[in-house]
Design a binder for this molecule. Structure first.
Ligand code: AHR
Length: 325
């Protein structure tokens, strides 16, 4: 930790010069705060707002000084923010990459400056794995698998055959989009009664979710299932279904990811059939890992949050605690 070494050096100089530092030799020097530069990707959903809050609150609790930048959904702004953290010589850089590719140059700059980098929530794809120290966030592939497994169970329990599925995917080239799509496809592979007939990107945004669902309903004579990569798009899609007189949850089976309070409420009302949890509250883990990195310690390459699946078949939906987002 650069700041801690500087503080210790100043204390030593003061003692040698016979000046009083105000501490007796028996007293421990106070723990120096680390400086963390954090680049958030935007504020596209309630999930994202909760994630930003979690980072800020956890930093305060952990005594971490936070330089926080929001890139408003633009990769070049994230790159600019990371460059400013490098110029400021922060102890650690953390960021939630909007897309997976295009980070190698700026990560190399951080490495050259000796600043460890942690990716949070989303991952990067790079030719050189040494350019970042690790990742903390959700297992998006497993979320996609859980969505597929729910649908298989639903079809089996209710004897449903030949289901036409549409997918609303998230931001193209982002980790949750890529992995939720892959996990779902792998889970339903070989199920002859399940047909994925279309997929559109709603960019994780509620208005785009509505727009895409409207287009899909116009394009396809029969849609039985919606698999949506996040709750924001799902809420938009539900509005589009209702506008054409469809009853969500009954006429169209709805599977959504995130677990916002609004989605859980609709699950309880029967308008959504399955909610896959994706936890935004990862702030405390981010701080723990950042402190380790600042102290020169190794961290695991991948740290996943524990997540649940809530479905219409659960007996205890009323016992789900308030979600906080
Ligand atoms: O990266 C996590 C995803 O990003 C969440 O599912 C979504 O709501 C957010 O926009």
């Amino acid at each position: 930790m650069k700041r801690r070494s500087v503080a210790l050096l100043l204390m030593l100089c003061a003692l040698l010069a016979g000046c009083s530092s105000g501490t007796t030799p028996a007293e421990e020097p106070p723990e120096q705060s680390i400086l963390l530069g954090f680049s958030q990707l935007g504020w596209e959903s309630a999930w994202r707002l909760a994630n930003s809050e979690s980072i800020k609150e956890a930093a305060e609790r952990a005594g971490v000084s936070l330089m926080y930048e929001n890139a408003e959904q633009k990769q070049d702004r994230q790159i600019k923010a990371i460059r400013s953290f490098i110029a400021y010589q922060v102890d650690v850089i953390a960021f939630s990459p909007i897309v997976e590719t295009g980070w190698d140059n700026v990560l190399q700059e951080a490495k050259d400056a000796g600043i460890p980098v942690l990716t949070t929530d989303r991952m990067v794809e790079t030719g050189d794995e040494s350019l970042y120290a690790g990742f903390i966030g959700s297992d998006f592939y497993q979320e996609g698998v859980a969505a597929g497994e729910f649908l298989i169970e639903k079809a089996e329990r209710e004897g449903l055959s030949d289901l036409n599925i549409v997918e609303l995917s998230g931001t193209l080239d982002s980790t949750p989009m890529l992995q939720r799509a892959e996990g779902f496809r792998d889970a339903i592979a070989g199920q002859e009664n399940l047909h994925l007939i279309d997929s559109m990107s709603g960019d994780f945004l509620r208005p785009k979710g509505k727009e895409c669902m409207k287009a899909l309903l116009e394009k396809h004579a029969r849609i039985d299932v919606l698999y949506s990569h996040n709750d924001a798009m799902t809420l938009g899609a539900i509005a589009a279904m209702e506008e054409v007189g469809l009853v969500p949850g009954r006429d169209v089976i709805i599977i959504t990811v995130d677990g916002e309070q609004a989605a859980i409420d609709l699950l309880k009302q029967g308008s959504i059939n399955c909610v896959i949890e994706c936890k935004p509250q990862i702030g405390d883990m981010v701080m723990e890992l950042a402190k380790k990195l600042a102290a020169g310690e190794e961290i695991p390459r991948c740290t996943y949050s524990e997540e649940r699946v809530f479905t219409e078949f659960d007996a205890d939906l009323d016992s789900i605690p308030p979600r906080g987002y």
